[in-house]
Design a protein around this ligand. Structure first.
Ligand SMILES: [Zn+2]
Length: 224
């Protein structure tokens, strides 16, 4: 079972992995829920719909930006299970972005060599972009993300043949529609369904919900 079928760390319901609608915080990030006292190290899947409406969305975004842009650093926190504050060493590899845009809906960070961007929405969701994706955006084209092949163990059996399901039908069947407001735009591919174990092998493709402000900013950034 891989992590994509995990419960959402905010609402506790299953996550069907969809680009632009869900993300995963890996354990090695040492992401701190700085809004809790004492803090905990948070990892797992989450629905962006839950993050957008969470009372701690702003603190979550600030922690995300610190993690992904600060490079190797140490944070002293009161952690659950420890009597005294402890130093948490952090270094998220692969991200070394510099701020390149700050607006009302989002901020954008770019890698120093200009080949990658990271859009962080003010209410929490984040969208890494490769240069080819940024170029598509700048050309006014939608950018899609893809999850190629993953699994979810369902809590109850499907009553419709899995291969006939659309994504909106699947989230309805699983009572997860509330977490996928753009379900109609998601293409679902079913690779297989194990009726005995109720494990669905699937992939998804969906347009990334990049804020219009970010699209305009990327156009300016890539302008010759
Ligand atoms: Zn959730």
């Amino acid at each position: 079972m891989d992590e994509n079928g995990e419960p959402c760390v905010i609402c506790g319901h299953h996550t069907l992995w969809v680009p632009g609608a869900t993300e995963v915080i890996p354990p090695y990030w040492r992401f701190l829920d700085t809004w809790s006292t004492p803090a905990r190290i948070l990892d797992g899947s989450l629905h962006f719909a839950c993050l957008r409406t969470a009372p701690f969305a702003e603190a979550f975004r600030d922690e995300l930006v610190t993690l992904l842009t600060a490079g190797p650093h140490s944070v002293e926190v009161r952690l659950a299970g420890f009597d005294a504050p402890v130093a948490v060493e952090r270094n998220v590899p692969g991200y070394d972005p510099e701020p390149v845009f700050s607006g009302t809906a989002c901020r954008i960070f770019g890698s120093p060599n200009g080949t990658r961007f990271l859009v962080v929405e003010e209410d929490g969701p984040w969208h890494p972009l490769r240069l080819d994706q940024a170029r598509l955006l700048a050309a006014g084209e939608p950018v899609h993300g893809e999850v190629f092949d993953t699994y979810i163990e369902l809590e109850r059996p499907l009553t419709t043949a899995a291969e006939d399901l659309s994504f909106p039908e699947l989230v309805d069947a699983l009572d997860l529609a509330a977490y996928y407001p753009d379900a109609d735009a998601v293409q679902l591919t079913v690779f297989g369904y194990d009726t005995e174990r109720q494990v669905l092998n699937y992939g998804t493709k969906a347009p990334l919900p990049i804020p219009a402000e970010a699209v305009e900013a990327v156009k300016d950034l890539l302008a010759p």
